[in-house]
Each structure stands twice: as C-alpha cells, then as structure tokens.
Design a protein around this ligand. Structure first.
Ligand SMILES: [Zn+2]
Length: 116
C-alpha cells in the first residue's frame, strides 16, 4: 500500500491548517499559502507529517497538545494562534495514535516514552 497522509502546518502567524501529503509534494517547488491569512509559508515552515496509510492515524498532534501552545485565543480572523513547538516538543507531541470506534468516537493513545 502506498503512503497516505497529510501535513499539520503552522503559518508564520500561527494558524494551524492541514494539507494533503500528495498535494504538498506535488507543489514542492512552490510554497503553499496559509488558507486563513494568505501568507506565503517560509522555507522552514513548521510541518508535522501524519501517517494515515493504515486504519489508524499515526504521528498525529492532537488538539489538546496544540492547546498548550496557544498564544492568541481569537485573532482578527477569529482564529487561534499557536507558537511553533521546539524540536523537542514536536518529537513528544506527535507520539499519538488516533483511532475511531462507534462506541467511543475518536480517541488518542499516547505511544511515546513517559517523562522521567
Ligand atoms: Zn495564517
């Protein structure tokens, strides 16, 4: 099975949006625009690749992890803004698998190492 997934992306203004893996790959020479503020993404924009190949969704950063990085609750677009996670934070906050069941809906399971 070929890879399926999407990117969780932060624009320079801290807006969070998603772009399909194939889509971003196809436009690899271009830089995507933020759908909210229309700002062009810089070369080193923050992106987290989510693996959607199999039934479960791996390496996803859940909403409650993004919440910890929220710096503006409501900006002029009516949107939340998030600060860019450090590399260390990123490595930790993407350690989730998202599953779905009829009984529980979407559920996140932490699969990383515990903090010491
Ligand atoms: Zn934006």
């Amino acid at each position: 099975m070929s890879f399926e997934g999407y990117y969780q992306i932060l624009c320079v203004n801290g807006h969070l949006f998603e772009v399909d893996y194939m889509h971003l790959d196809y436009y690899s020479d271009e830089h995507e625009l933020c759908p909210d503020c229309n700002t062009r993404l810089p070369k080193n924009f923050f992106h987290n690749l989510v693996d959607d190949t199999n039934y479960d969704t791996c390496d996803i950063i859940p909403d409650f992890e993004w919440e910890k990085l929220c710096i503006v609750e409501k900006d002029e677009y009516g949107l939340k803004r998030y600060r860019r996670p450090t590399e260390q934070e990123h490595a930790k906050m993407r350690n989730y698998i998202q599953t779905w069941s009829e009984e529980e809906g979407f559920k996140y399971t932490y699969v990383g190492k515990e903090e010491n």
